[in-house]
Design a protein around this ligand. Structure first.
Ligand code: GRF
Length: 186
């Protein structure tokens, strides 16, 4: 039997995309990497892994509704049923949300509801918290507000810099995201 199909959306380096691709026993096939930033390193990673890419520039569209409409058709043509956001730096609008209700998941580098939005690691570091972490959650119309699926905490050490903290948080992300995907994809 063929596996359920999924797409990963990313805008940047793509370390989470890579960890999903490299995880063993992935319950779905990653049919497409969607990227909204032409030139992002994640595109090269997908090429190397042989994952088809769909790269677009939002500025070339009149509205979010327009580019999300194109994405929905593309994903439906491929029979994609899950979307995993992995560093996709854009708020998902109603066009995508309605077409993939309950099937869009995000990873965020903090213990939500703390430190939503951009630069969550920097926000936590500057706030001087002793503990931060990683959250995987379903998305809704808000910014990092949807129902939480899993969280793992990461201690902030005495001698941490923002960089060392980021490194440890990303290590946790790379384990947690594939694990959650295994749990939820049926
Ligand atoms: C990750 O920290 C993720 O939690 C956040 O954006 C970052 C993406 O990193 N949403 P990468 O592109 O997967 O390396």
């Amino acid at each position: 039997m063929s596996k359920v199909k999924a797409a990963v959306f990313a805008s940047g380096a793509g370390s989470n995309f890579q960890s999903i691709m490299e995880s063993s026993n992935l319950p779905c096939e990653i049919s497409l990497l969607v990227c909204d930033r032409p030139g992002a390193s994640v595109i090269e990673k997908a090429d190397k892994l042989g994952v088809p890419t769909y790269v677009f520039n939002p500025k070339e569209y009149g509205s979010k509704q327009e580019f999300e409409g194109t994405l929905v058709s593309k994903l439906q043509d491929l029979n994609v049923s899950w979307i995993f956001l992995a560093g996709y730096m854009r708020i998902v609008g109603p066009t995508l949300l309605n077409a993939f209700e309950g099937k869009i998941v995000n990873i965020h580098p903090s213990l939500l509801p703390d430190f939503p939005g951009k630069d969550a690691i920097g926000q936590a570091y500057k706030a001087g918290v002793k503990k931060t972490g990683v959250t995987v959650h379903y998305i809704d119309a808000g910014i990092d507000t949807g129902p939480i699926i899993a969280q793992e905490s990461v201690e902030v050490l005495e001698n941490d810099t923002e960089e060392t903290l980021k490194k440890r948080i990303q290590q946790v992300e790379h384990q947690l995201y594939p694990k959650v995907i295994q749990q939820i994809v049926k």
